[in-house]
Design a protein around this ligand. Structure first.
Ligand code: GRF
Length: 207
């Protein structure tokens, strides 16, 4: 059984895709230990509660400095002894100690085809604004392992999404979530839960 902790900051539609995936069998051999948010108002916490999953808020605002937050966040996370940490719309820079302790055991969903439109400053709607500003015809989403960098870890799965005439950042974000994010994040978790992903020479390979 793969015990996972899901870290969220907002609406939690990716968390919902994981909850639904476990319920409908798209995700096997997996249990959500807890949901941790940095944002007390995150609707994702409501989604966790509705499904009987422990939801916790650990916000940098509750601590005198970033160091104290990092320590409290990692201490709480460690209490669940997760096999995998899933960043699902999580907008907090992870403590270096965490990415080192959980090397190749943290995954993130990013709403573009990495290495396009990723890295510092590219999150949420800004990703889709960048794609539309560049005029790309195809975008998509990526699930990757998290390392010390921003959106730089080994890529596990990607899925393309067509940009359509008249798209706005909002309409594109919605299509990328529906057609890509909500499919490949559950798929990646199921692959990991069944031992079907390895990292070789810094690249993720599907076994
Ligand atoms: C999504 O666009 C996701 O790709 C990004 O955060 C946004 C909100 O995700 N990481 P969610 O609805 O909170 O899962």
């Amino acid at each position: 059984m793969l015990n996972i902790v899901v870290c969220v900051s907002g609406g939690g539609t990716n968390l919902q895709a994981i909850i639904d995936g476990i319920q409908n069998g798209a995700i096997t051999n997996t249990r959500i230990q807890a949901v941790i948010s940095n944002n007390p108002g995150a609707y994702a916490l409501e989604r966790a509660k509705a499904h009987g999953v422990e939801g916790v808020c650990i916000s940098p605002k509750q601590y005198p400095d970033r160091e104290a937050f990092n320590e409290a966040f990692l201490e709480r996370l460690n209490r669940y002894r997760p096999d995998l940490i899933v960043l699902a719309g999580f907008l907090v820079v992870l403590p270096k100690a965490m990415t080192q302790q959980y090397k190749n055991r943290i995954i993130n969903i990013h709403p573009s085809l990495i290495p396009s439109f990723c890295g510092t400053g590219y999150y949420g709607l800004k990703v889709h604004e960048g794609a539309l500003a560049r005029g790309v015809k195809v975008t998509g989403a990526t699930v990757h392992f998290v390392d010390e960098g921003t959106d730089t870890g080994p890529i596990i799965l990607q899925h393309p999404v067509m940009v359509e005439p008249g798209d706005t950042p909002k309409s594109l974000q919605q299509r990328v979530m529906e057609q890509a994010e909500w499919k490949i994040l559950p798929q990646a978790i199921d692959l990991i839960a069944n031992g079907k992903v390895a990292v070789e020479d810094g690249k993720a390979v599907l076994l």
